[in-house]
Design a protein around this ligand. Structure first.
Ligand code: CP
Length: 310
């Protein structure tokens, strides 16, 4: 089976069967990652560049490890320390790298739409590792994989995204994916951090009262306040944000059920989530990171169009 797209630019472009194929392939790769030798030869003849124009810990390491587990040759490019500071354009940079016989591009960029622009100009597959405030498709796929693993299915599950919805590419990719998969979706947070027309645009619930949102859901995905993307004051202070919208153990214990807690990272402890929640048995934050490698192996493998990874 093959994906219906040449690139992974966003969950918006995927069909449900693409999502299901990626998640089922990731299950097979997760089994590979439990073996003593956690490596398959599937992408032995493939060279992949990881182009990071923005900082990253999880996504960058996860892609690099996924590539190594698939036996691909990998190159890592950071905009800082490169000739970007001398005025070289994105397209010139990528065309120079591709001239060295590189087969696939993984790219994180601060500008929304940067990978979509690139896809119109270069002949190889592009995987979006996060573009501005637009999408972060592999994060949504690994979140979905982790929820399925923990809860058994996505369809019919009540999932709330909490926090800075306005500036979050994780939120948008999750909304697209969860709606396609038949989950019930809510966003919760302060009115200033939730886009005005999101309810009508996506047919999702909006809740400004955190306790009501948590009481409604099976799973809560807690988002970081993206201060680096906010160019105006949208709430009074981080302390006050924590008071009104931070996830505390006391708040979780006051619910009449045990919900599952996700966070894409990086975590700001004491702001959107308290340490005793992030480190609790309700939290699957580190399982998300573990699953990210298998999910990214699946995406790389399927977009390379190679078969029989064993
Ligand atoms: N979740 C995520 O994208 O983390 P990084 O910014 O560390 O890659």
């Amino acid at each position: 089976m093959q994906l219906s797209t040449k690139h992974l630019l966003g969950i918006k472009d995927l069909q449900l069967r693409d999502i299901e194929l990626i998640l089922s392939t990731a299950t097979q790769f997760k089994e590979v990652l439990q073996r003593p030798i956690k490596k398959v030869p599937s992408l032995r003849d493939t060279t992949i560049v990881n182009l990071f124009y923005e900082n990253s810990t999880r996504t960058r390491i996860s892609f690099e490890l996924a590539e190594k587990r698939l036996s691909a040759d990998t190159l890592n490019f950071s905009a800082s320390g490169s000739s970007v500071s001398k005025g070289e354009t994105l397209l010139d940079t990528v065309n120079n790298i591709l001239s060295m016989k590189v087969d696939m591009v993984v790219m994180r960029h601060g500008a929304s739409g940067a990978p979509h622009f690139l896809a119109k100009h270069i002949p190889v597959a592009i995987i979006n590792a996060g573009d501005g405030i637009n999408e972060h498709p592999t994060q949504a796929l690994l979140d979905a994989f982790s929820i399925k693993e923990k809860c058994g299915k996505l369809e019919g599950k009540k999932i709330v995204l909490v926090g800075d919805i306005m500036h979050s590419r994780v939120a948008l990719s999750n909304i697209y994916l969860l709606k396609k998969a038949g989950a019930e979706v809510m966003v919760a947070g302060p009115p200033t951090l939730i886009p005005k027309y999101i309810r009508q645009a996506f047919d999702i619930r909006v809740e400004y009262n955190l306790k009501k949102a948590l009481q409604w859901c099976d799973v809560a995905n807690i988002l970081r306040i993206q201060l680096e993307r906010q160019n105006q004051v949208l709430f009074s202070s981080l302390r006050e944000y924590n008071f009104a919208y931070g996830i505390s153990k006391k708040l979780l214990d006051s619910l009449d059920k045990e919900i599952v807690i996700l966070h894409p990272g990086p975590v700001n402890r004491g702001v959107e989530i308290d340490s005793d929640v992030a480190d609790s048995k309700q939290s699957i934050i580190l399982q998300q990171v573990e699953n990210g490698v298998a999910v990214r192996m699946a995406v790389l493998y399927l977009l390379s169009n190679k078969q029989n990874f064993n």
